[in-house]
Design a binder for this molecule. Structure first.
Ligand SMILES: [Zn+2]
Length: 198
């Protein structure tokens, strides 16, 4: 029997395909719960899992950024225009002569945005106290613009840190290797010592 793959939409032999089963709240006549079954080619299934994991991470990171912004601004929620600004930066979409060219997830990650906001927090609090930003949109876009101007600085700081971290790890590894060699020598010596008594 042939079934359609949820990922690539092509048909395949049912027995050879990966099946994802989810239980619904609805019952069959015999009292068992109705199941939803989704079929995938094996390689399509791993793409599907990767995609689901990516989307989960994206949504977690967006949630963290969102919560931070509510707290920073003291807003109850972000409106659609604010979210669009965040999405455009995330996707890397650009406006040329008023026309938007959409891309998908090619821009700045939500976590880097959040990290940048956090890195310049005191500057932002100062702006909020001293600039006369008379409505929520002005407040949001002014701080958003300030964050964008500081992204490169935070991202190059991250890159430097990563290099430093890698070096520390490399050094650690060498230290461990030295330790192991030392230990081995000592152990050998012990063995010899014991044998001398025998
Ligand atoms: Zn497929």
């Amino acid at each position: 029997m042939q079934v359609k793959c949820k990922w690539c939409k092509e048909k395949g032999e049912k027995e050879k395909m990966v099946c994802e089963e989810t239980q619904t709240k609805n019952k069959n006549k015999n009292g068992t719960y109705k199941m939803i079954r989704k079929y995938f080619h094996a390689d399509c299934h791993s793409s599907h899992l990767e995609d689901a994991e990516f989307k989960k991470r994206e949504s977690d990171e967006l949630k963290n950024l969102y919560d931070f912004l509510l707290e920073l601004h003291g807003f109850k929620q972000l409106d659609a225009r604010m979210l669009e600004k965040i999405q455009d930066l995330r996707n890397g979409s650009v406006k040329i002569n008023g026309k938007k060219y959409k891309k998908y997830k090619e821009g700045v990650s939500y976590s880097l945005m959040l990290q940048t906001y956090q890195a310049i927090r005191s500057k932002l609090d100062y702006i909020l106290r001293n600039q006369n930003l008379n409505n929520e949109w002005n407040q949001f876009s002014y701080l958003f613009g300030t964050m964008v101007k500081n992204i490169n600085q935070v991202s190059s700081y991250n890159a430097k840190n990563k290099t430093a971290e890698r070096k520390v790890n490399e050094n650690k590894r060498t230290d461990i290797e030295v330790e192991v060699t030392k230990k081995r020598t000592v152990e050998k010596k012990d063995e010899l010592d014991i044998s001398e008594f025998l």
